[in-house]
Write a new protein. Structure first.
Length: 573
C-alpha cells in the first residue's frame, strides 16, 4: 500500500471540507486524544498512589499477628493505616526497614507449626512435653498438606491420641477432627473429602477413617454420606461402561453390514446389554484320588537256639538249689529248642489337594438384545418399451437375505442362544435414501463426484478461495487504487493557481502584469503581426494530424463516410 498517496488523498479530502466540518473533526480528535491522556494519567496515578503515600507492610495476617505488629509500630512511633481487614500500611520510606525489623522478632508467626519444633533441643523437657510437641507438629504438618488443596483457604487439625494401655478392654481408639475454610464459591468434591480423611488416618497409628470428622467453616459436617457418594460414583461408572460397550457392539454390526447394504447410512443398529455388576469371589479345594507314599518304615526280629532254663516256684530251698534230676536219676535238660521271627511295617500316604481362589470379572453379561433395521434395494423402473427409466423403485429384501444378515449380526457381537440372547432384523424403506437417489443420471453424477472429486476436496477449497481473492484483487482493489492515484495526480498536474486582481490593487502591479503579458506574446510570435485565423488553422491542422496518427482506422472510416455521402446523389441519378 502506498501510504504517501493515501496521505495525500486524505489531505485533498480534508481540504474540500467546509469550515464547520473541519471544526467538528478537530474538536472530536482533540477530545479523543484528551480522553486517552486522562486515562493514562489517571491509571498511572492510581497505580503509583501508594508510592506517594503509604505502602502495604503485611497482609493476610491473623488477628493475633496483626495486634503484635500494631503494638510494635506504636512502640517505634511509626504511623500506620488499616484500609481493610488484616492489612497494615505504613509510609513508603520505612516499609522495608520496618518489615525486616518486625520479621527479625518472629512476627508474624506462621499459621501452622510443623516438625521444626524439634530443631532446638530443650534440656530438662519431660516426656509429656515431648508428646505435646509431637502432637502439635503432626497437626501442623497435616494442616499444611490440607491447605495445599485448591478449594481450601486454611484449615486446622486436632488429634485426640489416648495413652497406651496394656489392657485391651480399656484401650480407646484415637480420633481426629478437621476444620476447613473454603474459598468463596468453591467446595470440596467427594473424592477430596475422602482423600483428606484417608490422609489424616494414615498419619496417625491405629486411627480409622470413620473416626475422622471433617467440618467446614459454617459447621456443616462433610463426608457423612461417603457410602452414598461412593455408590453414586460406582453407579455412574457402571452406566458409562454399559453405554460404551453397547456403542462398540453397534459399530461392529454397522461395519459388518455396511459394505453389503450400500453404506453406513442405510443400516441402523441398537444393542442393549444386561450386566451383572455384583462382585463375587470363590475358593475351591480339590483332592487327588491317587494316593502318594510319603514315608515307609519296616522292622524285623529273628531268634534261633535254646533259651536258658528258668527256675521258678515258691521261694525256698528248692528254688535256691536249682534244677534237680528226675526220679529215675537222670539229669534234667538245660533248655528247650526255640525259633522266633517278627516283622513290622509302617507306610504313610500323602493326600494331595489343590486350592484355587477365583474372583469374578467387573461385569458379567447376562443377556444381549439387538435390533437391526436395514434398507432394501432400489432398481430403475422399466418404461413401456422395456427400457430402464429414470425413476427408482424400492425392492424389499427376501427372507434368505434377511437370514444371512441375522447370522452375520449374531456372529459379529457373539450372540449366545443358551444365554437367552435375541437378535431382530427388519427391512424397511429409508426415506432419506430414496430422496438422495433421484434419477439414474443423478446417481451416476454422484458416483463420478465421489470417485474423482471428493478425494481432492481438501485441496480444491483452498484453490477456490485463492481464485476468489485473486479476482477481487484484480477487479476491485487494483482499479480502485489506480483511480484514486490517477485522481490525485490529475489534481497535482492540472491544478494551477488563479491570479485574481481586485479593483483596489495598486496601478503599479497592473502595469507590471500587462508588461509581462506583452513580453510573453512577443516571445511566442503573437506580436503586432499576429493573425488569429492563421493560428486557428495551424492549431486545427496539428490536432487533426495527431488524431490521424493515434486513430487511423477511425479517420479512414470517417473519410469513407464523407465520400459516400458526397457520391450518394450521383449514384441515385
Amino acid at each position: 500500500m502506498d501510504f504517501k498517496a493515501l496521505f495525500l488523498q486524505l489531505v485533498v479530502v480534508f481540504g474540500k471540507l467546509t469550515q464547520a466540518q473541519k471544526t467538528i473533526i478537530g474538536v472530536a480528535v482533540a477530545g479523543i486524544i484528551g480522553f486517552l491522556i486522562f486515562l493514562v494519567v489517571y491509571t498511572s496515578d492510581a497505580s503509583s498512589g501508594n508510592d506517594k503515600g503509604y505502602q502495604v507492610l503485611f497482609e493476610s495476617l491473623t488477628p493475633q499477628d496483626a495486634a503484635q505488629v500494631v503494638q510494635q509500630l506504636e512502640k517505634d512511633k511509626i504511623p500506620y493505616k488499616i484500609p481493610r481487614d488484616n492489612v497494615i500500611e505504613v509510609p513508603k520510606e520505612v516499609v522495608y526497614k520496618e518489615r525486616i525489623t518486625i520479621a527479625s522478632m518472629g512476627i508474624p508467626k506462621e499459621g501452622h507449626v510443623g516438625f521444626e519444633l524439634f530443631d532446638k533441643q530443650e534440656f530438662g523437657a519431660t516426656n509429656f512435653d515431648q508428646e505435646v510437641k509431637f502432637r502439635r507438629a503432626l497437626e501442623g504438618e497435616l494442616a499444611r498438606s490440607i491447605d495445599s488443596l485448591s478449594p481450601v483457604e486454611k484449615s486446622s487439625v486436632s488429634l485426640a491420641l489416648p495413652k497406651e494401655t496394656l489392657f485391651v478392654s480399656e484401650e480407646v481408639p484415637p480420633s481426629a477432627s478437621v476444620m476447613v475454610q473454603l474459598y468463596e464459591d468453591r467446595k470440596l468434591s467427594p473424592k477430596q473429602i475422602r482423600g483428606i480423611k484417608k490422609l489424616v488416618a494414615a498419619a496417625v497409628p491405629k486411627l480409622k477413617v470413620e473416626n475422622v470428622t471433617l467440618i467446614d467453616s459454617e459447621g456443616e459436617s462433610l463426608g457423612d454420606s461417603d457410602a452414598d457418594a461412593m455408590m453414586g460414583e460406582l453407579s455412574q461408572m457402571q452406566q458409562q461402561y454399559k453405554a460404551k460397550e453397547e456403542k462398540k457392539q453397534e459399530e461392529k454390526i454397522i461395519n459388518v453390514l455396511a459394505p453389503f447394504i450400500g453404506g453406513k447410512e442405510r443400516v441402523v443398529a441398537k444393542v442393549t446389554i444386561e450386566y451383572d455388576f455384583s462382585q463375587q469371589s470363590s475358593t475351591s479345594e480339590k483332592y487327588d484320588p491317587e494316593n502318594v507314599v510319603r514315608s515307609e518304615q519296616s522292622s524285623e526280629e529273628k531268634r534261633d537256639g535254646a533259651s536258658p532254663a528258668s527256675v521258678g516256684g515258691v521261694p525256698g530251698a528248692v528254688s535256691n538249689i536249682g534244677p534237680v534230676g528226675d526220679l529215675n536219676g537222670s539229669a534234667g535238660s538245660s533248655g528247650s529248642g526255640e525259633k522266633y521271627e517278627k516283622t513290622t511295617g509302617t507306610t504313610n500316604f500323602e493326600i494331595s489337594k489343590t486350592v484355587s481362589t477365583t474372583k469374578m470379572e467387573f461385569a458379567r453379561i447376562k443377556r444381549i438384545t439387538a435390533a437391526v433395521v436395514v434398507d432394501g434395494k432400489y432398481e430403475a423402473k422399466k418404461a413401456e418399451g422395456g427400457d430402464a427409466g429414470d425413476e427408482m423403485a424400492y425392492v424389499a429384501l427376501d427372507q434368505t437375505q434377511l437370514d444371512a444378515i441375522t447370522s452375520l449380526t449374531k456372529q459379529s457381537i457373539g450372540i449366545d442362544d443358551a444365554r437367552g440372547d435375541l437378535v431382530t432384523v427388519r427391512n424397511f424403506e429409508f426415506q432419506a435414501t430414496k430422496g438422495s437417489l433421484g434419477s439414474k443420471d443423478a446417481s451416476k453424477t454422484s458416483v463420478l463426484l465421489s470417485t474423482y472429486v471428493e478425494p481432492f476436496m481438501p485441496i480444491l477449497k483452498y484453490i477456490v478461495v485463492a481464485i476468489i481473492l485473486f479476482i477481487a484483487y484484480k477487479k476491485v482493489i487494483l482499479p480502485f487504487a489506480d483511480r484514486m492515484l490517477e485522481f490525485t495526480r490529475e489534481e497535482e498536474e492540472f491544478e494551477k493557481p488563479v491570479l485574481e486582481i481586485s479593483d483596489d490593487e495598486d496601478e503599479d502591479l497592473v502595469e507590471k502584469v500587462q508588461q509581462m503579458r506583452k513580453k510573453v506574446e512577443n516571445q511566442l510570435g503573437l506580436g503586432e503581426g499576429f493573425n488569429e485565423d492563421e493560428l486557428k488553422y495551424d492549431v486545427l491542422l496539428e490536432k487533426i494530424r495527431e488524431v490521424a496518427e493515434d486513430r487511423p482506422d477511425e479517420i479512414a472510416s470517417l473519410i469513407q463516410a464523407l465520400i459516400n455521402e458526397e457520391t450518394a446523389p450521383l449514384r441515385n441519378t
